[in-house]
Design a protein around this ligand. Sequence first.
Ligand code: SAM
Ligand code: SF4
Ligand code: SF4
Length: 366
Amino acid sequence: MTDRVIPIADVTTRGVPVPSEPLQSPTGPLIDRRGRPLHDLRISVTDRCNFRCTYCMPKEVFDKNYRFLPQAALLTFEEITRLARIFIAHGVRKIRLTGGEPLLRKDLERLIEMLAALTTRDGKPLDLTLTTNGSILHRKAKALVAAGLKRVTVSLDGLDDAVFRRMNDVDFPVTEVLRGIDAAAEAGLAPIKINMVVKRGVNDDQILPMARHFKGSGHIVRFIEYMDVGCSNGWRLNDVVPSAEVIRRIDAELPVYPLEPNYPGEVAERWAYRDGSGEIGVISSVTQAFCRACTRARLSTDGKLYLCLFAQHGYDLRALLRGGAADEQIAAAIAAIWRERDDRYSEIRGAATAGLKKIEMSYIGG
Ligand code: SAM
Ligand code: SF4
Ligand code: SF4
């Protein structure tokens, strides 16, 4: 993996504090080489996790010898907030905190409080959300809401305890995640999105139990095609259950019909139960690439900007921050990077992408 260091010209300020007023130029909406604006920012707050999901952080790779980032390498909350404010000045409206397991980051509530105080370019509240494995959500839900979190996505790969324990590979029980979902709903984070990665022959028998369980709950299960992120999960196309098949299987027992997207470029395709008892979603990165509408940037735990989930290199914004660059210089660097963006991995997946050294999802953020 090679990282790009951005040269800083004419650096005059050091240790710039985080101001609260909106940024002046050079800001403004950005469009990449394929006409896509920058609307979403995913921020990985830790590369560590208490699970070892076989499709994300397989034990054989992420073992006791694996070198996670040292504390000093992590962006501080002040650095994250400062960058968030610059991204917002460029048109970002939605920020998702992720990881690794974001709830493992110490004092995360403080970061949420800082980010929740930011507003979008048109003065609206920021759409601030978080993706978690739910393992300690029951303990944190109230504090997260008090800090200003509005929504949450919880990952859960099945209801059968044995299947779930096999997938998280640390023997973690389903009941604790369900407890976290209930606590989050009680704390005011409902409706909750529930992500299930489907792997053929491993947990595809959980599609219907998951649909049945959450039907009528108000929560929205989203079935995700298993993706070839990173280089360590041994991905094979045969392991993918296409979303069309997921919908066929559910529809046979619980009839569904397609819904319009909530907004252009929505990643999940929406389906509603015909009896009016709620909706589900499918995310089809493998069989129906949605790169054409991809408005997402990612900030890694150590402050590198990535333009695609399958990228091979990032742009070192932390070097700018710690090198004393002014907000305007960082804003100009981000603009130059986004304007050159041409990524569309899922659309060209195949021979052209085989063997690429992609960064791991736990580091870049899902
Ligand atoms: N630890 C948190 C969690 O699991 O929700 C947040 C980080 S995780 C990397 C974010 C999302 O990526 C999760 O919903 C996870 O299921 C999904 N994910 C991880 N590896 C994946 C893969 N190979 N294919 C599809 N989704 C994947
Ligand atoms: Fe951890 Fe989330 Fe990856 Fe599972 S998917 S190993 S919970 S980061
Ligand atoms: Fe966006 Fe890259 Fe995914 Fe395409 S493959 S949708 S460009 S993150």
